[in-house]
Ligand binder design. Structure first.
Ligand SMILES: Cc1ncc(COP(=O)(O)O)c(C=O)c1O
Length: 543
């Protein structure tokens, strides 16, 4: 009798240990639905969606009413997480005291636990004194505060001498910085400071530029060459970074890595690349920060794809990643598994601390003015408790296996239909390569990503253009495409919200468009082409 059971235990275990493939499930999701939300609209309301799309939304997915989307809303994975029952329970126990609420202290403890013991130690019983954790209502508010303070601190250091870029810079790099600086300067002073990153997210880029600095993307060669078998396409190009630091280090207040690299395709950064960036920045005395929105997903890729990490736990990998940086900002709306929240965190005794000794004190004042006291910073006490539980859940290996496995299966389904996507698939989204989608098309392909997202809305699914419209700009009477060129339509998968059936139906709708792609027209921009962050606001019509 027991032999039979042992026999099947062995068989079941073998089945679980088989390498996951897009088309097979050996294990169930590590959670089950505790609540569902029925739609108030039907997938058959095609004419109604056409009417809303044209007459209300001007073909812009951001302006399309969410309650009329019966399928997958893949506009963003940010703030769209389905929270767990544990999170809702914790939120009911929210402490809504005006200062020093219970959630703040729990969050500081959880930060130590999640990111390592050198984080979350300041403030505490005397909040505001040497505070190292600055809570904001979302990531971009944190970025805005960060760059407002940074530009203030840089101005304090005195006026800069506006000299030309060094002739020793790698020529192609120099040209890129110059053309970006020229497009920012317009009639005004040429910007002096440069903020390099593997790739800035659009709001980070907007905040850097708004403070008169040049946001510079240095994605690795493998990414630019579209190497589909390279696992860490989020890496930074170290040769270009070194050229920049050696020749223009004085113009670089800090270096960034965005983990994972949302703009570049949700691609992870390897531990090796993180450590090499740390080495270079340390050598040149330049601070190093993360934009850490999807830190846990990045850690999963290190565990599963980077040599030497398969037996290291996700929490230990996260600690090792964060040991390298002076600070980070984060939108908890991604890997905090919540619907709202963000933060800036600093480690004490770092080069950043030494270069800008007043920074944290001034940031505290700024935070009080725009968000609230450091112990709640723009969030309700209950929100802080939701983040605490979210941070505890997000580094679970079973959660990350299910999450990243689902995004991967969705990508595989699109590939199966012949649709060109950025490969390998990243952690939170599938990126459809718009240039390849329309490769060989007989018509003008400018802004075809907008056409795709509009037609997908009629099918009942919402995707997002992150390409020549979102990242390009219209200046001096002409269109300037993003450099390096990116032209994707992104399907960002909300966490814990959809099942594979939903995503596969979206993939099928995309296949219908792909099969008849020659019939898809471009768009005319009716409003907003010249505006900053224009993809959020513009209106279009089909040509
Ligand atoms: C990499 C990255 N940084 C920053 C942000 C901004 O965060 P938030 O939406 O909370 O303002 C996002 C949002 O998607 C992001 O993906």
């Amino acid at each position: 009798m027991s032999d039979v059971m042992d026999f099947f235990i062995e068989k079941f275990r073998k089945n679980l240990e088989l390498k996951p493939e897009p088309s097979r499930y050996s294990s169930p999701r590590p959670y089950r639905n505790a609540m569902v939300s029925f739609r108030g609209c039907s997938i058959y309301d095609l004419e109604e969606r056409k009417d809303i799309l044209v007459n209300e939304a001007g073909l812009n997915p951001f302006l399309f009413r969410a309650d009329k989307i019966p399928g997958c809303d893949l506009l963003s994975d940010s703030g769209t997480t389905t929270m767990t029952t544990e999170q809702w329970a914790a939120m009911l126990l929210g402490d809504e005291a005006y200062g020093s609420n219970e959630g703040y202290f729990m969050l500081k403890e959880q930060i130590k636990d999640t990111f390592g013991n050198s984080w979350g130690n300041g403030g505490g019983s005397a909040p505001g004194v040497n505070e190292d954790t600055f809570i904001f209502h979302q990531g971009r508010a944190a970025e805005n505060a960060f760059f407002s303070m940074l530009s203030r601190e840089l101005r304090k250091k005195g006026a800069v001498e506006h000299r030309p870029l060094s002739t020793e810079l790698m020529p192609e790099l120099k040209e890129r910085i110059q053309s970006r600086a020229d497009s920012i300067a317009g009639e005004g002073d040429a910007p002096y400071y440069i903020i390099p990153s593997n790739s800035h997210f659009d709001t980070t880029e907007g905040n850097v530029e708004d403070k008169g600095m040049v946001p510079l993307n240095l994605p690795c060669r493998e990414h630019l060459e579209n190497k589909e078998d390279f696992d860490f396409r989020g890496n930074m190009d170290l040769e270009e970074l070194e050229s920049l630091l050696v020749n223009e280090g004085g113009r670089v207040p800090l270096v960034y890595l965005t983990i994972t690299n949302n703009t570049g395709g949700g691609q992870p950064v390897s531990m090796r690349n993180i450590k090499l960036v740390r080495e270079l920045t340390a050598k040149h005395g330049v601070p190093f920060f993360f934009d850490a929105c999807r830190f846990a997903e990045n850690a999963w890729f290190i565990k599963n794809k980077e040599e030497g990490y398969s037996s290291v736990s996700i929490p230990d990998i996260v600690h090792e990643m964060f040991d390298n940086v002076d600070g980070f900002h984060i939108s908890f709306k991604k890997d905090g598994l919540v619907n709202i929240g963000g933060a800036i965190l600093f480690r004490s005794g770092t080069p950043f601390d030494k270069l800008y000794p007043d920074f944290r004190e001034e940031l505290t004042d700024y935070q009080i003015m725009v968000e609230g006291h450091p112990t709640y910073g723009g969030l309700a006490g209950r929100d802080l408790k939701g983040i605490v539980v979210g941070l505890r859940t997000v580094t679970r290996r079973d959660y990350l296996d299910a999450r990243i496995g689902q995004v991967n299966r969705f990508g595989a389904k699109l590939v199966e239909s012949g649709i060109p996507i950025v490969r390998p698939v990243g952690g939170h989204a599938v990126y459809i390569d718009v240039d390849k989608f329309f490769d060989g098309a007989s018509h003008d392909v400018e802004f075809m990503g907008i056409s795709l997202t509009a037609l997908m809305l009629i099918a009942g699914h919402r995707f997002c253009e992150l390409g020549t419209y979102a990242f390009g700009k219209f200046a001096g009477g002409q269109e300037i495409p993003p450099d390096p060129r990116v032209n994707n339509v992104r399907a960002a998968v909300p966490r814990l919200a959809y099942e594979d059936q939903d995503l596969f139906s979206a993939a099928e709708a995309m296949k219908i468009l792909y099969d008849d792609r020659d019939r898809i027209p471009g768009v005319d921009v009716k409003y907003g082409r010249e505006l900053k962050l224009r993809h959020f606001k513009s209106r279009f019509t089909f040509k």
